[in-house]
Write a new protein. Structure first.
Length: 461
């Protein structure tokens, strides 16, 4: 039973909301709700009346003779359906006009057919008042009010004729003059109230609009403040991370460099020791330079974001450039660097981003590959992209390490096979750069068997 009433409530809610849209004012919504409600109730009630009348009078001929309104009710039901349909089409004024015109004509007919006086006249007066409540535009008010006046006058004349026929007296002409005067007075009074109401309603809507705009502005400011707050938190986290890296990863190599300089100043190093230490010193300085460069790129990406400048590039030439850059570092560990990419492969990417990606991947491969190892860069083309692979014969990684490799909030700072240090941000920068260039990056690795870093770039057509 409860479910049944819930269904009826939901159906009624959907029924009276036919034609309702967000842009309508509160007053317009109420008018549409009222008209839809009357259409549903009127249509349902008229249908029940017809069914009941048919059950009482099953003979079609008898129905026609006893109740001439039976077929007129079909017109009413059609009107109710048209009212709902016009509201659905958002032709609100035409829907109201149709409903009022049919109602005026129907009750005028009722008044003519009724044996009792004033049975239809009161309804006509009621609808005349309703015209001003339902319409805002004069082009609908004037003709429908004129129709109401004609209907009312026709009903009064009908009463006069019946009185003459039944009682033998005629209604004086002054009565008709008073009726006409009453309608004119009614028209101006109702129109005055309508104008005042519309003015008041417009003022309220303007104030509501101002309040809504102020509320939207406050909401926008609140969202902006929230964004600024989030940005400040992010910048503070960046600052803390930067200081942590400087304190942890740069302190040790710079400390070693300071100790070496102190030895030189004290003159306690022999020429043989100086030669041996200078080679180590160069590695140390190269390591510091690489870490500082990565830190600078990371901090710029955090503060300014990543900017793009897509051009077509020969990837083999770029990799040759990076191999030349890392040749001394690789020579120190006696590593072999191979570029197996065809010279005719062209890509469409940002040059600076690609340099960053290659530098970090080659740097990591050299860092985690033991002496006498091999690092190979290869590529293969598909229909729309180029898949680049940086493969090493290094120490490899576990599945857990691989799963955490590109996470932004996890710093991977691990010493290389030659004691090299890093800042732990390179691979996150690599991922950001590859994805910004509309590519993907992934890793295949196994402990003790090396790693393969794959990334995709757009193929230049």
């Amino acid at each position: 039973m409860f479910q049944f009433f819930k269904y009826i409530k939901d159906f009624w809610g959907r029924g009276i909301n036919i034609g309702i849209v967000d842009s309508l004012s509160f007053a317009e919504r109420k008018k549409i709700h009222l008209l839809n409600g009357l259409a549903w109730v009127g249509g349902f009630g008229t249908s029940l009346y017809m069914i009941a009348l048919y059950l009482i009078n099953p003979s079609e001929k008898k129905i026609t003779e006893t109740d001439p309104f039976y077929y007129l009710n079909f017109i009413l039901i059609t009107t109710f359906l048209l009212v709902l349909y016009l509201n659905h089409l958002r032709l609100y004024n035409w829907s109201r006009a149709l409903g009022l015109i049919v109602a005026l004509l129907f009750y005028t007919y009722v008044g003519f057919q009724s044996a009792k006086p004033y049975e239809g006249e009161l309804f006509v007066l009621l609808f005349a008042v309703g015209i001003f409540a339902l319409f805002n535009q004069a082009k609908f008010i004037f003709p429908i009010f004129l129709l109401a006046f004609v209907c009312f006058l026709a009903l009064i004349i009908n009463i006069a004729l019946k009185n003459k026929e039944n009682f033998g007296y005629i209604i004086e002409a002054g009565v008709y003059i008073r009726i006409i005067t009453l309608f004119i007075f009614l028209f101006f009074v109702l129109n005055l109230f309508r104008t005042e109401h519309l003015t008041y309603q417009k003022e309220i809507e303007q104030k509501n609009q101002v309040l809504q705009e102020q509320q939207n502005e406050l909401l926008t400011q609140s969202e902006l403040l929230e964004e600024q707050k989030s940005e400040l938190i992010r910048l503070n986290q960046t600052k803390d991370k930067l200081f942590s890296i400087i304190g942890h990863d740069l302190r040790t190599p710079i400390g070693g460099l300071k100790s070496f300089v102190d030895f030189i100043n004290e003159g306690s190093l022999s020429s043989e020791e100086f030669t041996a230490f200078s080679e180590e010193l160069k590695k140390n300085i190269d390591n510091i330079y690489t870490m500082l460069e990565t830190l600078l790129e990371w901090s710029q990406a955090q503060i300014k974001g990543i900017e793009l400048n897509f051009i077509h590039l020969n990837i083999k030439e770029l990799i040759d450039e990076k191999i030349a850059l890392f040749s001394e570092l690789a020579k120190g560990k006696q590593l072999r660097l191979k570029n197996d990419i065809d010279s005719d492969i062209l890509i469409y990417a940002d040059k600076n981003h690609l340099r960053l990606v290659l530098r970090n991947l080659l740097s990591n491969a050299i860092k985690f590959t033991p002496n006498y190892g091999e690092i190979t860069i290869s590529a293969k083309e598909t229909e729309t992209k180029v898949i680049v692979c940086v493969q090493d014969t290094g120490i490899g990684m576990s599945k857990e390490q691989v799963s955490q490799l590109f996470q932004k909030n996890i710093i991977h700072s691990q010493k290389g096979t030659g004691g090299e240090r890093g800042v732990g941000l390179g691979l996150w920068l690599v991922k950001e750069s590859v994805e910004t260039n509309q590519g993907q990056i992934w890793v295949e690795s196994e402990v003790g068997k090396g790693s393969k870093f794959y990334f995709t770039l757009k193929k230049y057509a």
